[in-house]
Design a protein around this ligand. Structure first.
Ligand SMILES: Cc1cc2nc3c(=O)[nH]c(=O)nc-3n(C[C@H](O)[C@H](O)[C@H](O)COP(=O)(O)O)c2cc1C
Length: 159
């Protein structure tokens, strides 16, 4: 199986998931930050990783996802300040899928990712802080070893 891993990461959380996938995949695997990533054409599986920004995949990844479509087999992975399994995360992953123009979604993995403390303080001070901020204190230290193990479990099912 030939796999492409494409990721976007400002503060390394999502990159850590991308590196975990890279280590865990069997067969030929290429890995690129989204800025330098080729198209998914010619790959059996493309793992696309993003961080949540304003309730959506970050803009660069959104652009990449919009270029995928039928015939592409995608594995989506993401980090976020919001709690895992929250409506906020579900809505964001559904949005990511809607951007793909009916690609085949082979799987999804998300977990919390520690929020840049400066950003966190700033956002907390907004008159109406976004809903995800309530969970962000629990994101400290994530992604952690448990997150990496859970991700490794998920990707073994992709082979
Ligand atoms: C500008 C900005 C906006 C963010 N917006 C959200 C958001 O809407 N929902 C959320 O759950 N987390 C949000 N976060 C938290 C990040 O998604 C989270 O910390 C993520 O793990 C960062 O990934 P990275 O280290 O790969 O850049 C935001 C962070 C920043 C810096």
């Amino acid at each position: 199986m030939k796999t492409l891993i494409v990721y976007s990461s400002q503060s390394e959380n999502t990159k850590k998931l991308a590196d975990t996938i890279y280590e865990g995949m069997e067969g030929e695997t290429d890995i690129f930050p989204v800025d330098e990533a080729p198209s998914s054409q010619g790959y059996d599986l493309t793992a696309v990783g993003f961080w949540l920004m304003a309730g959506k995949p970050d803009p660069k990844t959104s652009e990449y996802l919009a270029k995928t479509g039928k015939g592409d087999r995608l594995f989506l992975f993401a980090t976020h300040g919001a709690a895992a399994g929250s409506d906020h995360v579900k809505n964001a992953t559904n949005h990511a899928i809607s951007l793909t123009n009916e690609a085949d979604i082979a799987g999804i993995f998300t977990c919390q990712g520690e929020v840049n403390p400066k950003v966190l303080e700033k956002v907390k001070q907004k008159p109406e802080p976004p809903v995800w901020i309530a969970d962000a204190d629990q994101a400290v230290g994530h992604p952690n070893e448990d997150d990496f193990s859970a991700l490794k479990q998920v990707i073994t099912q992709l082979k």
